[in-house]
Ligand binder design. Sequence first.
Ligand code: CU
Length: 350
Amino acid sequence: MYIFRVLALFVAVSAPLGVARAAQDDRGDKQQVAIRFSLAAGGNPVRCGQDIPGLGTGGRSAQLRDARLYISAAALIDAAGREVPIELDQNDWQYANVALLDFEDKTGKCVGNADIYDTIKGLAPKGRYRGVSFVVGVPSVVRDKEGKDIFLNHSNFATAPAPLDIQAMAWNWQAGRKFIKVEVDPEGGVTRPPITPKLAPGSADGATASAIGAPAMADAAKPAPAKVNADGTVTVSTWMLHLGSTGCRGDAVKGEITSCASANRIPVKFASFDPARQRVVLDLAALFSGIDLGQDKGFSTGCMSGPADPECGPMFENLALRLKETALDANDAGKPSGAVTKIFRVEAAK
Ligand SMILES: [Cu+2]
C-alpha cells in the first residue's frame, strides 16, 4: 500500500521538475554553475588502484575501496554574504537539491561501479559571487515548487529516484542514507580486539551498534576476510567510515515522520571560491588525521557513526561534528561542533 503512495509521490514530483527544466530554457537571468570536486591525500590525488602513502598516525599506505558522498543545498555566496541556492540540473547524479559525488571507478580494490561523478552542475541567478557553501548529507524533506514535501533521506532506496537508489549508500528506511562512505584497505590490514561470542563478525556490529543508537546495518558488512592472530586479535582488510543520521525514531515505512537524535550533516562554507579556477578537495589525510588505520579498538571496523565507537571520537572531530551531547539533555549530538571541518579545502583546478 505504502509503495503505491511512494510511487504516486514520485510521479507527482517528476512532472513539476520537468516543467521547471523547460521554463529554464529562457536562461536570460540565470547562469550555469559547475562546482568541481576532487579526492586527494595531502597534495597527492587519490585514485583506485594506486597506493595512498602515509595515511593516519601509523603513516600506513592504503588502497582506496570506496569514496562516495551526498552533497545538498549547494549555494553560491554573493558580495553581501548571502547564500544563493544553486538549482541543480536533474540527472542520474542529481535529484531535488541533492547530488552524489562518486570517486571510485571499480578498478583496483574499489567496489561500486565504473562511473565517476565529481562536478555539481546547475543554475544560479546571474551575478558576481565570492564563495560557495554546501552540506554533506541528504536532507530529510525538501519542498517542491508546488509546495509538496519530498521525503529524501528516510525512504526506500529500491523505489527512490537516482542518485538515492543505491543500495551501497543506504542503511535502512529509518536511518536513511550513508552521507559519506570512505573505505580504505591499509597495508597490513586492520587489527581488532579478539572475537567474543557477543562480538562475532557479521552479527555483532549490527546488533551492538543498534543497542547504542547507531543504525542497524541494512547491508550489514559482509565479514571481511579475517585472520586470527596468535594473541586472539583479528586482522581484517578494510577500515570504513560510514557517516549518516543515528538514533532515528518514527516508522518511515509507514510514512511517519522520522526524527534522529544525531543528524550528522556537515555544513561546509568557503567564503572565497572561484568555480572557474578552483575546486573543492576532499582530503583523506585530513579525514584520517589522528587515526591509526592499522588498529580498531571496537564496534565497527572504523567508524559507522556509533556514539560509543572509539574511532568515531577523532573522526567526528575531523568532521567538526559533535559525537555526543555536550551535556545531558543538551540535544546537540550530531550537530556541527562550531569548528571548521578539516576534511575539505580549496585548491587551484588543473
Ligand atoms: Cu570502530
